[in-house]
Design a protein around this ligand. Structure first.
Ligand SMILES: [Zn+2]
Length: 247
């Protein structure tokens, strides 16, 4: 009877051990499954971003933004009418990933000057990435707003670059220049304009510029530069002048 008594005790113990083992394996399988699902959910932007991580630097803007100006030395850098829009934000594009959204605003100064068209930072900030080669060289500037939040401006299709990674900039800083029409023709496209982006973050290291497929993804990462300029240039020009009698 002793064995009869021990057997029933041993059997549940074995079952418990087996089910504990099974639970552990199921647990591991669930974690692996969740990681797999997470990787799928992350999507092509997160997958591609690490390729450009080395082009970026950790830098803090020394000066907060105290006003926004147009990225060209036009007659009046606070007047939106001194630029011409080549292509609008959000338009579908057929290059790279077919059907991606245009994440920036394509613009040129109006009137277009002879010779090189220089590009300037739109506000105080620091250069946090220089990436891509012809015909897409891109400079990204990190800005700290008065409320402490961050915003990024990105300047693409630069035929020449005059800043270095980590450099502090102001609206007087020349970032580079646009391609000339001849240079753009040689590169096989109409790249003689500035592709300007206003970005809410730069966690994608720039790849969202050609991998953003939906309006929802677009609005999650980008601001319409034309609306942004209309709002902020107007705010700057309507701001009362600083008192001249101040000590
Ligand atoms: Zn563009």
């Amino acid at each position: 009877m002793t064995t009869g008594q021990t057997r029933p005790r041993r059997a549940p113990a074995n079952r418990a051990r087996i089910s504990a083992l099974a639970r552990r394996w199921l647990g591991i399988a669930a974690v692996v499954g969740a990681l797999g699902a997470g990787a799928l959910r992350a999507g092509p932007i997160e997958d591609d971003a690490p390729r450009f991580r080395d082009a970026a630097v950790e830098v803090e803007p020394a000066l907060a933004v105290d006003g926004w100006q147009l990225p060209f030395a036009t007659r009046d850098r606070s007047q939106i009418k001194t630029i011409a829009v080549v292509s609008e934000f959000g338009a579908p594009r057929q290059s790279y990933r077919r059907g991606h959204r245009h994440t920036g605003l394509d613009l040129v100064p109006r009137p277009k000057p002879r010779g090189y068209v220089d590009v300037y930072a739109m506000a105080n900030g620091a250069v946090c990435s220089i990436h891509l080669s012809d015909p897409h060289p891109t400079v990204v500037v990190k800005h700290r707003l008065a409320d402490g939040s961050l915003l990024y401006t990105s300047y693409k299709h630069l035929g020449g670059i005059d800043v270095r990674n980590g450099q502090q900039v102001t609206p007087a800083t020349k970032i580079g220049r646009l391609y000339t029409a001849d240079e753009a023709r040689r590169l096989g496209g109409n790249y003689d304009h500035l592709h300007l982006e206003v970005r809410k973050d730069f966690a994608d290291y720039g790849v969202a510029s050609w991998l953003t497929m939906t309006r929802r993804e677009l609005d999650a990462r980008f601001v319409d530069p034309l609306l942004f300029l209309r709002r902020h240039l107007a705010a700057a020009s309507s701001r009362p002048a600083a008192p001249t009698s101040a000590p």
